[in-house]
Write a protein that binds this ligand. Structure first.
Ligand SMILES: NC(=O)c1ccc[n+]([C@@H]2O[C@H](COP(=O)([O-])OP(=O)(O)OC[C@H]3O[C@@H](n4cnc5c(N)ncnc54)[C@H](OP(=O)(O)O)[C@@H]3O)[C@@H](O)[C@H]2O)c1
Length: 209
């Protein structure tokens, strides 16, 4: 699959390395320009190119956004419209600045990103620590295989993202719709960065309010 990744830090670069490693065609972008990603790209085995954020959004059949939530207004909005976008971002007010809508739980960071972009949003990869994403993928059936929660309103888009999660060696756990489900695996929930099997995580997210 053609995957554009916006954000080339711990999460974005880890996903790029792992996804290109299993043969996906990947483009990756940061805020400073593709020339600053030469070293990263040269260290990755597989089909990957450094591009601008606009190009990553245009290129991807699926686009991953892995940037600090406080910078979402810098995203290439027009290019993301109607795309399947995976939101790996989290809202941390001390890093991102306070957003009263989020502080008062009137909405969620993912719903805000969807409203901003008009994308078909799936929240995923936000609740796994980047080092686990890098190191803890395991074959299906391995008792040590970890689960990754995802949420979204479009079942087809969620199925595509669930397939990616499986391909990386994790079990997807559907937490539900973007609003209610996303609230089950955002920061300050027990599911956030939990290291659990699919059965354990499924019980946890569906026990949560
Ligand atoms: N760290 C984790 O374990 C973890 C796990 C799950 C989810 N998350 C969430 O995922 C997001 C990224 O986390 P991270 O730890 O990977 O952060 P990070 O290491 O600080 O990297 C952030 C990346 O975002 C890029 N960026 C910022 N603004 C951008 C823009 N407007 N356009 C394109 N790229 C932009 C930065 O590029 P420049 O350097 O060029 O500015 C940098 O490559 C955050 O929302 C975080 O909360 C983190």
């Amino acid at each position: 699959m053609r995957i554009g990744i916006i954000g080339a830090g711990r999460v974005g670069s880890t996903l790029a390395r792992r996804l290109a490693g299993i043969g996906h065609e990947v483009t990756i972008a940061n805020s400073r320009g593709p020339e600053t990603l030469k070293d990263l790209v040269s260290q990755i085995n597989g089909p990957i190119r450094a591009v601008t954020a606009q190009e990553a959004a245009r290129f991807g059949q699926l686009v991953v956004v892995a940037i600090p939530y406080g910078r979402i207004n810098e995203l290439p909005i027009a290019e993301l419209r109607d795309k399947v976008v995976v939101d790996a971002c989290n809202y941390f007010p001390e890093r991102d600045g306070h957003d009263p809508d989020l502080d008062e739980d009137r909405t969620t960071s993912s719903e805000k990103l969807r409203a901003l972009t008009g994308a078909d949003l799936v929240k995923a990869f936000n609740a796994i620590h980047w080092q686990n994403l890098r190191d803890r993928g395991r074959p299906k059936g391995d008792p040590a295989r970890l689960a990754i929660p995802l949420s979204g309103d479009d079942e087809e888009a969620k199925a595509v993202v669930a397939g990616l999660i499986r391909g990386l060696g994790f079990d997807p756990v559907d937490a539900g719709y973007l609003g209610r489900g996303g609230r089950r695996h955002q920061p300050d929930t027990t599911a956030f960065t939990a290291e659990l099997s699919a059965a354990e995580l499924d019980a946890l997210v569906h026990a949560a309010v």
